[in-house]
Design a protein around this ligand. Sequence first.
Ligand SMILES: [Zn+2]
Length: 241
Amino acid sequence: MKVFQPLKPSIVLGIAAHPDDLEFSIAGSIAKWTSQGAKAYYLILTDGSKGTEDRSAKPEDLTRVRRQEQRDAGKIIGLSDVFFEDFEDGTLENSLAVKKAICRIIRKVKPDTVLCMDPTFIYSAERGMINHTDHRAGAMATIDAVYPLARDHLSFPELLIDEKLEPHKVNTLLMTNFENHNYGEDVTDFVDIKLKALAAHASQIPDIVGRSDMLRGWMSNMGSKYGVKYAEAFVRLDMSL
Ligand SMILES: [Zn+2]
């Protein structure tokens, strides 16, 4: 297995389909890095309008509530800002429009490190789950935006010409994959703050105690591979091109 130096990012961008996705996956690392002085941002691609079993809930109300929950969670882990796109929950595609929206934010905040889900994670027989279609599409669009689209000035030329957004090269891509990973970030001291941020998503997580226990179990499993108590684990790609 490739041996990596510890990460010390300065500007970090986490990209996901829904409010709450990143609290499950990366919030411990984000809290750690912001405590060390990094600037961190989230980009949420969909409006989150479908995440309810309440048949009386209005989609627009859900969008409003979930965005506020995401902002509240962001405050807990020290985010500098959260960007929201309006792509419809449940129908996200790896489209040019989505890639362009991601490119715009990458060029705006100029992250050295981008985090997203691993788009090759389609299902887990082990966990008995299918990875949500929006997660896969958003992650695929993200890696396409990181390379080559955000980097090349002739890709989406209007971003440079009309919006004066210079191309940007991302150094490191971290893709969340709970089962197959090559890098673990030690988040032992940041588990409590991660779970506090997760609890901000009250509309999505009625059983926060159960979910917290589940996450502790996952982070403990991931940590055991890297010799720490709790880790968030990723496929890490340090880009040389
Ligand atoms: Zn999600």
